[in-house]
Ligand binder design. Sequence first.
Ligand code: 13P
Length: 235
Amino acid sequence: MKIIAGNWKMNLTFDQANTLANSIKSSNKNEIILFPPSIYALKVKEIVKGKNIKVGVQNIFYEDFGAYTGEISAIMVKSMDLDYVLIGHSERRKYFFESDEIINKKLKKAIEYNLDVILCVGETLEERENNKAFEVVKNQVLRAIEGLNNLNNVKIAYEPVWAIGTGINATPEQANEMHQFIKEIINIPVLYGGSVNEKNAYELLSQEFIDGLLIGGASLKAEIFNKIIEIAELL
Ligand code: 13P
């Protein structure tokens, strides 16, 4: 089984999100997951009802309730019957200063409420050029899972920062190598993310250690995302 996930990030108006959600194909073979902006998540969940498509949010805070203006919590997500949460996306690390410690707290909360999680890791271009990619990713993984022993609900997305939104995807070999490395640290499904499109999806998905794709830009166009869903059916 492959996992095809679309991270819509902070894109689309409500009407556009409805149209897109209505157009997404489902699969009996693979797991399809949508991460709309959280304010649209419940509506998207309603739209895909009965279609074998899961819906999640792109972030949570690590407390349950309280004076944390603007935040949403794992218990809220669970209480709305949403399935998944993304934790530690590089954009959260960069723009919202999420440290490994914060990510660890968020992961613990998500697991406490039995949410499925996609934990995102990945090195910057500078780190790769300085031969630090493996060390950085290892540290991100180990720090995120510190103190946790049940990771049944967790998947990892390897998203090299230099590949996100740049049109330069990691080569299938580069991704596969990192995925194998991650699986040696912790043997759970590992998705690849970073400039995935309908042209590179087949080769990426064909790699031994690539269990799925986390797609940004290409998940915003129904025909392209559906094409990738169809490609995954072939494997
Ligand atoms: P792009 O597919 O737009 O490069 O984004 C990848 C990503 O960040 C998914 O979480």
